[in-house]
Write a new protein. Structure first.
Lengths: 343, 343
């Protein structure tokens, strides 16, 4: 099969690799009908993470079940499914507690930007999309939003849940990447009265407003923090969603959080030093991490199918999968917020 | 007046200083009838914090109102009061949100181990002890538990609240100092089914059991962590109370916390590097900080007066206040868990 591989920083290829196949009786293989590029894929792309030359990259996809292992009973060949990037058995103690991203037998999609992807614990992981299918495929208009359910939308949702967004409060979203935008959508859905997004890019500001942002702060650092504090009447935000993963973003998040509130973080932290003295003196907590996608998937799928949310708006560039390298470059250079890939 | 001062590491004196007096119309001055030494006083005592030679030290006391400022209306001269170590107006946005330790006009008791202590925002801070008084003083048997309400018991309570201790769950308390012991008491009062205390000292283990600990882990580091994991069936604790403030204690706390749980921390952090990658991958949060004593005081006072809790058991050495230096030495050398001082 063909799949996306990374050979070095900024060296992305779409090339022949061994077929994904059922390895465990609980596995399934999904034929990818749509894939996309994650902000976190840019860390190795930029050389910030170690790279094993020639390894596949990409963990977000949706598609049709191509093959199932002997013990898989909840999905069948031909089912159209959303693939959570983090696969879980959905039965262990951590999964039952809603923390599927810490499943005792966790695995991650390895060739999501390819023709086929292996999914561990298919019964626990995959969520079938029913009722909107013609010829086994969903309405093309729904595809981007279904694609967003594999990672980005549940991740933004997790930031809001972790930050404890509540009805009537003020939520601040640090970061206007696709995850941050989905965080805006989540905070808005959860009833926050003020949803402040920190964003310098006009196109992203537009999406943020579509997603329910009531305030846009276009400045950064101390200036941006002062602006947010003013919006919150000097008190600070009731909930802060940190959707970047850098030290500056984290510092801003803690600076604008009101005492007693929580920073929900979902950006893979890179070079972050937590301001523990401030956390202590201001009683600002930190919660979050890798999103338990499977936990939120059924609810979010309902929202998408009912037309209550349209997270697919985060995709502003669609490319054929064999042009995936251009997709990475476009996201790296901020010419695109998030790139959809079609085989 | 006489008060406790610190001149250098391990140089504690009880000596003449300027009288505490009403400086703002919202102040009160309290004649200290009982004081005590806080674990956090040991940081400067051991030279771990900067010391301003000759400054007063000590922030925990109870006593009788000696003088009030012109705008004080909720307490009167002669009232017997518990003095929260952190003074708050109890009306600002942070106070109203239950985060009195972040009051916009926060102050801290400065001469609690002295004859007189100034209290800022007396109306917002002080809590009168009614109904158990003969000649204006409480029953001597109640004094240690009332004394514990100034800081140590609300701080242990705050650890449990911050960690999200819930009925039926497992709570692990890292640290068997007086705060940790009060954390055990809090977790037990909140209905945790298993309350695990990590303690190597027999006398403290006894108090912990009196406070409701169901399990004692006497080992530390990896060995202790393994023991706790076994108690929790390999899953990890539903709530972890970090009551020390060192890097080792924090590491242990995060290691034994189940994915999706929260470490509640109340030990002033010293040299702590938070394991952010683990926090992210395991979705273990951190919450807590300086305790909003005034928030918990009325409820905890009720518990003490009704005989439901006896946090005064943490005091295992009582000294006259002029022997305060010996009190510090006893706590530093772990000959005492917590020292009560009587003028």
């Amino acid at each position: 099969m063909k799949a996306t591989t990374i050979h070095a920083a900024r060296d992305i290829r779409f090339e022949e690799v061994p077929d994904a196949r059922v390895e465990q009786p609980t596995d399934a293989v999904v034929r990818v009908t749509t894939a996309c590029i994650c902000g976190s894929d840019l860390w190795p792309y930029r050389g910030e993470n170690p790279i094993k030359a020639g390894s596949t990259i990409g963990h977000e996809c949706i598609g049709v079940v191509e093959e199932v292992g002997s013990s898989v009973s909840q999905v069948r060949v031909g089912d159209f499914v959303v693939v959570p990037f983090d696969h879980c058995d959905n039965t262990c103690a951590h999964c039952r507690a809603g923390m599927q991203s810490a499943c005792v037998d966790l695995s991650i999609t390895q060739s999501g930007q390819g023709e086929l992807a292996r999914v561990g614990h298919a019964d626990g992981s995959l969520v079938r999309v029913d009722g909107v299918l013609g010829d086994g495929r969903p309405d093309p208009a729904l595809v981007p939003s279904l694609m967003a359910l594999s990672d980005v939308m549940p991740t933004g949702w997790h930031a809001a849940v972790s930050a404890g967004v509540a009805e009537g409060g003020t939520a601040v979203v640090v970061g206007d990447g696709a995850v941050g935008l989905c965080g805006v959508l989540a905070a808005s859905m959860m009833g926050a009265e003020k949803v402040v997004v920190m964003s310098r890019h006009e196109s992203r500001q537009r999406i943020a407003r579509d997603f329910g942002a009531t305030h846009v702060v276009a400045t950064r650092g101390e200036e941006g923090e002062a602006e947010v504090m003013e919006i919150t009447g000097g008190v600070g935000a009731d909930a802060v969603l940190e959707c970047v993963g850098t030290d500056q973003a984290m510092r801003t998040a803690f600076t604008v959080a009101r005492p007693g509130s929580t920073v929900g973080f979902v950006g893979v932290p890179h070079g972050v030093e937590l301001p523990i003295r401030r956390m202590f003196s201001h009683n600002v907590g930190l919660a979050g991490g890798m999103a338990p996608v499977r936990r939120y998937l059924p609810e979010l799928l309902d929202h998408v199918l009912a037309g209550r949310i349209d997270p697919g708006l985060v995709f502003d560039l669609t490319l054929p999968m064999d042009q995936v390298a251009e997709g990475y470059a476009a996201m790296d250079e901020r010419r695109a917020t998030k790139v959809l890939l079609q085989p």
